[in-house]
Write a protein that binds this ligand. Sequence first.
Ligand SMILES: [Zn+2]
Length: 677
Amino acid sequence: MRLFPMFFLAAWAACPQTPETPLQSLPYSPSLDPASMDLTVNACQDLYHYACGGWLKSNPIPPDQSSWSVYAKAAQDNERFLWGILQDTAKPGTSRSAVEREIGDFFAACMDEGAAAKAGLTPLARELSAIGALRSAADLPEFLARQHLAMDFGMLFSFSSNQDFADSSRQIAFAGAGGLGLPDRDYYTKTDAKSEEIRKRYVAHVARMLELAGDPLPRAGAQARAIMGIETALAKASLTRVEQRDPYKLFHKMDRAGLQALTPALDWNRYLDAAGLGGLNEYNVTEPAFFREVQNLLVSTPIGDWKAYLRWHLVHARAAYLSPPFVDANFEFFGKYLRGTPQMQPRWKRCVRYVDQNLGEALGQVFVERTFTQDMKARTLTMTQEIEKAMENEIKQLPWMGDATKQQALVKLHAVVNKIGYPDKWRDYSSIRIDRGDFAGNIYRARVFEGRRQLAKIGKPVDRGEWGMTPPTVNAYYDPQMNDINFPAGVLQPPLFDPRMDDAPNYGNTGGTIGHELTHGFDDEGRQFDAHGNLHDWWTAADAKEFQARADCVANQYAQYTVVDDIKINSRLTMGEDVADLGGELLAYLAWKNVTRGTELKSIGGLTPEQRFFVGFAQWACGDERAASKRVHAITDPHSPPEYRINGVAANMPEFRAAFGCKVGQPMVRENPCRVW
Ligand SMILES: [Zn+2]
């Protein structure tokens, strides 16, 4: 994915800042904005600050954000626009369509903070009493199955469906690692002083939440330490994010007997019956070592500790939808402390996001109707096809790839499906009961709807038209098993794709995004899947070695860059994204040159066409992030920080050097540039 990961983390409450208002239409800002530049910076020294210096000065990080960027600002504009729609559709008694009633009532229930405050712990009462009734670890299966149906995979492990790595036409059950409260397993294993401090604060936070859930304080403290013990054992048995980038490490097919043998203390018959999957006999256990640790814990942990662990994860998963004390405590730790965000987001913003997360294709219909024209769809599809053409030419000419691999690469490229804007068929949410007076209940029912929808896929043909992002999302993705590239309407709007602007900045910006997603099919991870989306090696050994050497060049380059303090980029984690950034921008450049061949391109505002391409490129990424949030991303984010996503790419491109007349010896000219595609 091109963008930073979204954190759906919960907890924000109303805050006194500049009042924001709903937008009646999306504001316009150009895909190349001279005001965003800083002409006192030399592009050959630092393209990013040359193109973004002005933007950074006039766009400080808002108090309710952990980071801020052109993408984040566009996402917030979308949210304000959706806010207006939701305010209208929330009014009862008007002639609302069925879809408008769903999203309007969901939003109205969310905005009713008074009702949430009054409800207190009631939304958790049923689950808390179920936890109270557990007599031993043998009673866990039914409880876990019910929580997993609501997509709560902080409860010990995850269980859902996925395409079979070996045969992408089939959906099978996947059992995976889970069970943690901190954002990554590394938080539990790192030994530096900052990590020690985070763990101490985390244990205090867990105790605080247990206290809110009704446990007296001294006991809550002891329970929090026991919970930390369980999570630390699970973390140590979990693969690192770098290890997870190798699909072979996540592929262990088993039958029911194999699964049961892995965790004898967990009765899978009872679990699967409770999940409505009684007859199932085929599983991918992504991390068998993790489940062996689950077995160890099941036989060694007292039931009292399990009960505390389950209470904590119940409260943690639902905190954002409960009364203000839960929402506040959740924000205090995960927002303020861990990511350095001073203020919670106002309630409207959180509520818009919850509608998007839970009824995204209902809200998305209205968004698309009002923002995304057929002309924009046609133009961005053409651009996508031009970039695919550029990749085809590039593959044919690659000096380091042999003919046999090239042939397979072209088969894969031609099989890529382009999904632009929104799904052809909208998801039907009408079976979810939405109650204007029961916000937490609406969230729970919507999540169970989604959990059941995922499990119902098992054994059925794969729906190739399905989307993994909602239409208003300002982001894009490649799915290696679908072998498709997906660009929601939200990312094909100004200032990213700008119908009023000429090709140069549009190819630099959105063209680069399209190229980025396309090359993901051929990065160190994506290249292991074939044209059909199956995990199958179609490379000759010699060509795979040539590829790896080039990807290593990129990894060695990015390993030099600092994220914050003394933390460098973990370039084995970011390798796929860094390779996609570099390849994507090159393809965008080649495609732009191709579509404008024979046209006389003019300088505008003192910038040559080639310079405008690169300024347009850099301006997608203008942004800043709080130091604490940078520390989180250094561990969890497979993307490099924005300035390196620009400067690291441009410094490898002779086309950039030529555009600005940069000289060897200047920072933006690497002596031995990396190039993969
Ligand atoms: Zn990406």
